[in-house]
Design a protein around this ligand. Structure first.
Ligand SMILES: [Zn+2]
Length: 177
């Protein structure tokens, strides 16, 4: 699993757009909040704050700012242990699932920095399964279907916050790196 990706991406906006479980296909890059946005345009939903604080306690950075990848709603960079959540996800109503999705990738990166599965499983809507296939085809850095499947699965769970807090404690080390 590579770290940060955006700089080498080809100039094919369509190919770079991430669609979240078929919910949204609009280009973030085209929206006003993409261009001039800084950190702290709004806030993550209160229900995910405990997990956000826990991730920070374990040395992860959370940036409510456009990810360094055009058109992405969220991104996790394992090298810098940084999660980006695009501010536009707040008005779009997808901030919670975007954050949970990237939180899964963050926890997958423990303990070594290499992403490995958490071991969570469950049924996914066939539409979501197809969306994952499309993402895997479009993004060369996403090589492991299981990793992506876990992120999509957990982003939709009502009890994702406590479950991910538990997994964080089990897998990650406060002093790591
Ligand atoms: Zn993902």
């Amino acid at each position: 699993m590579r770290g940060r990706v955006p700089l080498l991406l080809p100039v094919l906006p369509q190919a770079l757009a991430w669609a979240w479980a078929g919910l949204v296909t609009a280009q973030v890059a085209a929206s006003p909040s993409w261009a001039g946005s800084q950190d702290r345009q709004g806030q993550l939903p209160a229900q995910v704050h405990p997990l956000a604080r826990a991730l920070q306690a374990y040395g992860f950075q959370i940036r409510l700012a456009p990810p360094p990848k055009r058109g992405a709603y969220g991104l996790f960079d394992s090298k810098s242990r940084t999660l980006w959540i695009a501010p536009v996800t707040i008005p779009l109503g997808i901030a919670r699932q975007t954050f949970l999705h990237e939180a899964v990738h963050a926890i997958q990166s423990c303990p070594s920095g290499q992403l490995t599965p958490l071991g969570v499983s469950g049924p996914l809507n066939p539409v979501v399964e197809r969306e994952i296939s499309a993402i895997l085809l479009r993004n060369y850095h996403h090589t492991n279907r299981l990793l992506e499947r876990e992120a999509f699965l957990m982003q939709a769970q009502p009890d994702a916050v406590p479950r991910l807090q538990t997994l964080l404690k089990q897998r990650c080390r406060k002093s790591s790196r």
